[in-house]
Write a protein of this length. Structure first.
Length: 276
């Protein structure tokens, strides 16, 4: 048994350069005095394919919500969400010039979940439970929406798809090379999930937090509200899985990263408040 486990661990090490090629071969996004993040460069799946698939998924969700009369039910709430999002979308080209040509959409689903997302290509959905259950201010709501917009701008969805392609190919090659059977291949996939995939997701989350801070600040929203937002999130998400098993960083780590970045974005916020 010990020898078999050792072979799995060696295979995981063999996989690391494949996943690392996606996670580490990156170029800094434009910052101009703002945050410093690193965008994925190795994107195997074409952008047009990813955006088209996201648009179909988004349309399907809208149709399902509309048929149940859950889409954009509260007009003032929808107007508020769209106004906040549009102010930040205007600054998106700083991190992805192609975002200026995206067909952005912003909608609200009447549902109790504390959730929001932005699919590749600029398709934003906010759940009413996020706003109402956390009693979000405009600045806090901007922190959430900015974070989700950042995922799309940094093409994290496209990078994740590319990483999954590499991981699937790498696991099959490693399993064949080391002579692992079906059970060994499954164990190797689980090991790769814990050592490669999940940490990579956490790095995406941190980068999205930082870009979201800058988008909010440039749009005139107080970036310090991100801290109060995540305090509310922490209170509402008791039982969060251990950080090493989660695709999201722990709340303490998340707030630490935000606090470290605040001095770089507060001046941008003050400039926006002055109309600069």
């Amino acid at each position: 048994m010990g020898c078999w486990i050792a072979r799995c661990l060696i295979a995981v090490v063999a996989l690391a350069p494949l996943a690392g090629g996606v996670a580490l071969a990156q170029a800094p996004a434009p910052a101009d005095g703002g945050v410093q993040v690193r965008k994925p460069r190795l994107l195997l799946v074409p952008e047009s394919m990813v955006n088209a698939a996201a648009a179909r998924q988004y349309l399907q969700m809208k149709e399902q919500a509309g048929s149940r009369r859950l889409l954009n039910v509260d007009a003032p709430q929808v107007t508020r969400v769209r106004a906040i999002a549009q102010r930040m979308i205007a600054h998106g080209a700083r991190f992805n010039p192609r975002a200026a040509q995206w067909q952005w959409q912003v909608n609200v689903i009447e549902a109790p979940q504390i959730n929001a997302f932005c699919l590749p290509g600029g398709k934003i959905m906010v759940f009413s439970g996020l706003i109402e259950r956390l009693a979000l201010t405009d600045d806090e709501l901007a922190a959430v929406i900015g974070h989700e917009i950042a995922h799309a701008l940094l093409e994290h969805g496209r990078a994740r798809m590319s990483e999954q392609v590499l991981r699937s190919v790498g696991i099959n090659l490693a399993a064949a090379y080391f002579g692992l059977g079906e059970a060994g291949t499954a164990a190797l996939a689980q090991a790769a999930q814990l050592t490669i995939t999940l940490p990579y997701s956490r790095s995406h989350e941190v980068d999205a937090d930082l870009v979201g801070l800058e988008l909010a600040a440039r749009a005139g929203f107080d970036p310090r509200a991100a801290l109060s937002l995540w305090r509310k999130m922490a209170a509402a998400s008791r039982g969060q899985p251990p950080q090493f098993l989660s695709t999201h960083p722990g709340h303490a780590q998340r707030m630490s990263e935000i606090e470290r970045a605040l001095p770089r974005v507060l001046e941008l916020y003050r400039q926006a408040a002055r109309g600069g």
